[in-house]
Design a protein around this ligand. Structure first.
Ligand SMILES: NC(=O)c1ccc[n+]([C@@H]2O[C@H](COP(=O)([O-])OP(=O)(O)OC[C@H]3O[C@@H](n4cnc5c(N)ncnc54)[C@H](OP(=O)(O)O)[C@@H]3O)[C@@H](O)[C@H]2O)c1
Length: 248
């Protein structure tokens, strides 16, 4: 199949494009650094002819809810409209477990908008909700780390290896549109502060961690809201195995 990956230079997009090529597919890579901008539509119509499926693994770095909704909204509308013009048969969106339950987080508001547009859109779709990735604790501490100190919310998560997410996206992309896919998660619940501590240890870094609910990840994310629901698809790579393999 010919499969386009939007966000192909990103963390999950890179792994997904490689997984698709490993499985014998012809991959079209989409990102601004490759000359295709989903916000303006520049280069998009030239990229999609002959494409069967598009996997959306793009991201937004906006932290304001309105900006994030506008970013993901414009990007998704442009992508779906171009897919319709090109006759793409399947749109696969990487989303996050619990986005419908978490109010008050800008990124989650943007992902809800993406899900809404895809589900109401013109192209048959699959939405794949994934839990936080194994590197999420490192990402969160990088937002605030300064002079060896970082803040972090004590979230309860069930993280998944980035490579496992990519393998599942590659499998879904090669299949038929499914609507809402099962929640996709790793094998074990973890405390995000403990994950950050163990990641820093594995990477030989010394960072003092200050638990707090007053950062970007607030109390609306406390409790079980980020955990996978019934019938979840559980990927096998544990957090410890991921750390032992180099924490990448
Ligand atoms: N981190 C987690 O724990 C987690 C868990 C579940 C789901 N997710 C979801 O996973 C998705 C991917 O995350 P990630 O960490 O892999 O993202 P990432 O590393 O930040 O990569 C984002 C990709 O999107 C591209 N992109 C951004 N804006 C674009 C635009 N206007 N036009 C074309 N390409 C654009 C970027 O390339 P250019 O900059 O070159 O354009 C890059 O290739 C996100 O939507 C996130 O919500 C994340």
């Amino acid at each position: 199949m010919r499969i386009a990956v939007a966000g192909a230079t990103g963390h999950i997009g890179t792994l997904t494009a490689s997984a698709l090529e490993r499985d014998g597919h012809d991959v079209v890579r989409i990102s601004r650094s490759l000359g295709i901008d989903l916000l303006t539509g520049e280069g998009l119509d030239d990229a999609l002819p002959g494409v069967d499926t598009v996997v959306d693994a793009t991201n937004s770095i906006a932290t304001d809810p309105d900006e994030t909704v506008a970013y993901f909204g414009t990007l998704t509308r442009n992508l779906l409209a171009a897919e319709q013009r090109a006759g793409v048969r399947h749109h696969v969106l990487l989303s996050i477990v619990g986005v419908q339950r978490v109010e008050g987080n800008a990124h989650h508001a943007g992902k809800r908008e993406q899900e809404r547009l895809v589900a109401a859109g013109p192209v048959p779709w699959t939405i794949v909700p994934a839990t936080q990735f194994h590197d999420f604790a490192a990402l969160v501490t990088s937002w605030t780390e300064h002079d060896g100190v970082a803040t972090i919310a004590p979230l309860l998560v069930q993280p998944i290896a980035p490579a496992d997410v990519a393998d599942i996206l590659a499998e879904v992309a090669a299949g038929e549109p499914h609507g809402r896919y099962a929640d996709v998660a790793g094998p074990e619940p973890q405390d995000l502060v403990d994950m950050a501590r163990r990641t820093n240890e594995a990477r030989g870094r010394s960072v003092r961690l200050v638990p707090t609910w007053s950062g970007i990840l607030g109390p609306s994310m406390a409790g079980d809201v980020l955990l996978p629901g019934d019938g979840a698809r559980i990927a096998s790579t544990t957090f410890d195995e991921w750390l032992a393999a180099g924490a990448r």
